[in-house]
Design a binder for this molecule. Sequence first.
Ligand code: BTN
Length: 259
Amino acid sequence: MTLELLNVEKISAAIESSNAARLAALHIFDTIDSTNSYLLEKAKSNAPAGSVCLAEQQTKGRGRLGREWYSPYAVNIYCSILWRFPHLSQDISGLSIAVAVMVANALRKYGISAEIQLKWPNDVWVANRKLAGILLERNDKTGVVIGIGLNLDVQEANEKSWIDVAELTGRPVQRNFLVGLLLNELLEKLPVYATRGISAFLAEWEKADVLRNKVVSVQTPLQIISGTMRGISEQGELLLEDETGVVRRFSYGEVSVRF
Ligand code: BTN
């Protein structure tokens, strides 16, 4: 596969001028511990909303629930953006949902024609395999770092539950164009989330919700509960109908499903 390194000009070319105005900074590293850690640190010194960090590789890329995120050199996308919300509640489940919808839109604009599935709280799947993961981390009351790991070529990892953009399109990936589309979508829609909240994203989520009406298990630090997934609430919580017919709400946890 041809190696296309990250390039500011090529990325910027894919960002519409109305959205480019919201891009406060674009830091590109060859190697970094974690793009999320970098922006969390920057946020402490009042970095503005719209600060973005990308890296060719991460030495300590992290996923949800303390997992490692596979981050080899120059093949995938490791992208973080800092955003500030004047009134962000303690629970950011709604933002997770909205960001997953934004990532799915960028992938469609890139030309992925396969059905994109969203798995609560914010995984992006295709054909029941993971294409992208999202990690939201908070630094202070208003700032959130949104980290996105997008698989472009994970053949070497030989992990059957993952899928990548190269496999889906059958051609070398235009990394810069795809990063540009992703940032374009985030820069356009994060302000929409700030004013309208999750309601602007719920309909799109529901169309792509891969867990709806499936029998699933939800694991939290305290318990594992099985039931039927009944979609998400207006706050982005997972709704699980247990065997007694009671619908319970979860704002965090790991969901397992058997297809
Ligand atoms: C998941 O577990 O599904 C979330 C994965 C998030 C990975 C991204 S890669 C860019 C950013 N930096 C990190 O260390 N993690 C996120």
